[in-house]
Ligand binder design. Structure first.
Ligand code: IPE
Ligand code: IPE
Ligand code: MG
Length: 603
């Protein structure tokens, strides 16, 4: 474990480090003892994420246990959890705790910048359970499932994003995710039936009990009637259908690493459902377990695949950045001026922006006098597809890895003080690719702009390209993030999405022609300056250095106007293999160039 500083940034003492490790270990022990299936699934996560999984899961498990203590008097019930939650809040504020679960959770929260309010709300949802006797309808049951179970997987995703993996964070917005949670929750409920019945609870919706003519008393007295048997078979079928349908829906959007965890979860929970069905009346009396050889058959290959995928797609041993404060655009300092009514996405940007994240090996930028730096660098980020194929991965994993490379290059640009960086993310010619690749590319781009680290730093985003044909949600996020970052003063990052150089020139031509027809422009006076003023992005400065990766020696319709006199730089490595040091190297070679621009070389 690499967490060596306290919340206030002080180096931990040896004793504190040991206590923290013991706290995480305690969480792990708890999860392993009470939920072996979940524990095994957590082992499929990247090693850096596992302690966070244990802490989150142990906390929710502990909250549940506090409620289940049936020995307490009815008016005392829930008191234990209320007290524990209050202590947790105090610990989170102070950054430490004398209770192992709360210590691990506190560390995970501040260290990875988890969403505290959201986590506490999920704990409150667990608490609310205590106030009710039963659940009437499936609808009510679903709300309960979501309120308690959506937050913590989202926190894990947030943590992975902070480790450098561009995964979607708002899982609740992904088609199929809430179904997935319901499938897990129902399986869990069937598995925990004996324990809940011991506590006198029947949490299944009254609506489904009625449908099968089963009363809570039948279940509480453990009567294995044909009606109970049919009810259980029906519920097992429902859980299975929900898990399988959500697997199909989610597979399309999740990157390979999380997809392996998803697949294995559905397989293991499916095996639990098989075991529940086979157990017959025992399902009411004792917790059913999946046979060891079945678990091994499912987990063995998954472990091997997960290890390879994380190694390839996770950029580093996941050291965490400092905690960030996010400000909602609608209430933060950037909300000045009228809110743009066309923006649907509520964007959150970090305010004030974080300083650049250091290079993973501590590399520092070369000393280049600001006057010798190019003002504007443009990059054709090429070779994602070939990188993926070479590594035995689908193409979209190449695009994800490419997004991670861009993060690092942007950090390098910030560190060295570059003014403008323009990157080619999607060309008008890229529509020729398969609809599947195109839609995955857009999904990655969108997630990156919403949840990636780029906009945590002093980056002003500009979108260059046409909205024609782009999905609305992509246009929306590009515009929202442009708007949210418009007052930043650091690096201007221009992303070319649905950009074509000739189309841009044609638009300038059309604009000039319209102006001439309207009598605003005299055709005889059309100069380069006037033409440039009619370009869609007339404020974009000329490109000084144009860099293309992956060995292709062409410009592919990129910035024909602005890069007319650019110095060219071609490198062989695929874009996902690039990091900020390659940018710095490109800048150094630029300083060696003699830029004549048609004139004489200065002696
Ligand atoms: C560049 O990588 C990224 C985009 C065009 C979006 P490619 O996808 O072109 O990768 P290769 O050229 O096929 O290897
Ligand atoms: C150029 O790369 C476009 C982007 C990097 C977005 P391509 O891979 O699409 O270009 P060609 O097909 O090799 O010219
Ligand atoms: Mg290419």
């Amino acid at each position: 474990m690499r967490r060596t500083t306290t919340r206030s940034g002080r180096e931990r003492t040896g004793g504190e480090r040991a206590a923290l490790e013991a706290a995480y270990e305690e969480c792990r022990r708890l999860v392993r003892a009470t939920r072996p299936t979940e524990h095994a699934l957590m082992a499929l996560m990247p090693p850096s994420a596992q302690p966070v999984c244990w802490a989150l899961y142990a906390a929710f498990g502990h909250a549940d246990d506090l409620l289940d203590r049936s020995e307490e008097a009815p008016d005392e019930r829930g008191r234990g959890l209320r007290e524990w939650r209050a202590a947790l809040e105090a610990d989170l504020a102070s950054g430490t705790s004398d209770d192992p679960i709360r210590l691990a959770l506190t560390d995970a929260v501040w260290h990875w910048g988890l969403d505290l309010a959201d986590l506490l709300a999920a704990l409150d949802a667990v608490q609310r359970d205590d106030d009710r006797e039963s659940v009437a309808t499936w609808r009510e049951w679903r709300e309960r499932a979501h309120a308690q179970n959506v937050s913590w997987p989202e926190q894990l995703m947030r943590m992975l994003v902070r480790s450098g993996l561009p995964v979607p964070v708002r899982l609740r917005d992904l088609p199929g995710f809430t179904r997935f949670v319901e499938g897990l929750f129902l399986t869990d409920m069937l598995r925990d039936l004996p324990e809940d019945l011991d506590g006198g609870h029947v949490w299944l919706p009254t609506e489904v009990l009625d449908r099968f003519h089963v009363t809570p008393a039948d279940l509480l007295s453990r009567r294995w009637t044909p009606a109970v048997q049919q009810l259980i078979a029906h519920l097992v079928g429902e859980a299975r259908t929900w898990l399988e349908s959500s697997r199909r829906a989610l597979r399309a959007t999740l990157p390979l690493g999380p997809a392996i965890v998803l697949d294995t979860t559905v397989d293991l929970f499916g095996a639990e459902l098989d075991a529940i069905l086979r157990a017959g009346p025992a399902v009411l009396r004792r917790q059913v377990r999946v046979p060891g050889h079945t678990r091994l058959r499912i987990l063995g290959p998954a472990r091997a695949r997960a290890a390879v995928v994380w190694r390839l797609t996770l950029p580093q041993a996941a050291t965490a950045p400092a905690r960030t404060r996010t400000v909602d655009r609608t209430d933060g300092p950037l909300a000045e001026g009228p809110a743009d009514p066309g923006l649907l996405t509520t964007t959150r940007i970090t305010d004030p922006p974080l300083p650049p994240r250091p290079h993973r090996d501590g590399a520092r930028p070369p000393e280049i006098a600001p006057a010798h730096l190019p003002h504007h660098v443009a990059i054709v980020m090429d070779g994602n597809g070939r990188w993926a194929t070479r590594n035995g991965l689908p193409r979209d994993e190449g695009h994800r890895a490419g997004a991670v490379a861009l993060r690092d290059v942007v950090q390098g640009a910030l560190e060295i003080g570059l003014a403008h960086l323009t990157v080619y993310a999607f060309s008008t010619e890229n529509w020729k690719r398969s609809p599947d690749e195109v839609s995955k590319l857009f999904a990655i781009m969108r997630a990156e702009l919403l949840d990636g680290e780029l906009l945590d730093h002093d980056v002003r985003l500009r979108w260059i390209g046409s909205p024609d044909g782009l999905p609305d949600d992509v246009v929306d996020v590009l515009r929202s993030q442009e708007h949210a970052t418009r007052n930043r003063t650091g690096l201007t990052l221009n992303v070319c999405v649905n950009y074509g150089g000739r189309a841009e020139l044609a638009r300038a031509g059309a604009s000039l022609a319209r102006a001439a027809l309207a009598g605003e422009v005299d055709p005889a006076r059309v100069s380069e300056q006037l033409f440039a003023a009619h370009l869609p992005h007339h404020a974009l400065p000329d490109v000084d250095l144009l860099w293309r990766t992956s060995g292709e020696l062409r410009v592919s319709n990129f910035l024909p106007w602005h890069a007319h006199y650019a110095e060219l730089h071609f490198t062989d490595q695929a874009w996902p293999d690039v990091d900020r040091q390659d940018l710095w190297h490109a800048l150094e070679t630029y300083t060696q160039r003699k830029r004549r621009k048609g004139g004489r070389v200065a002696e």
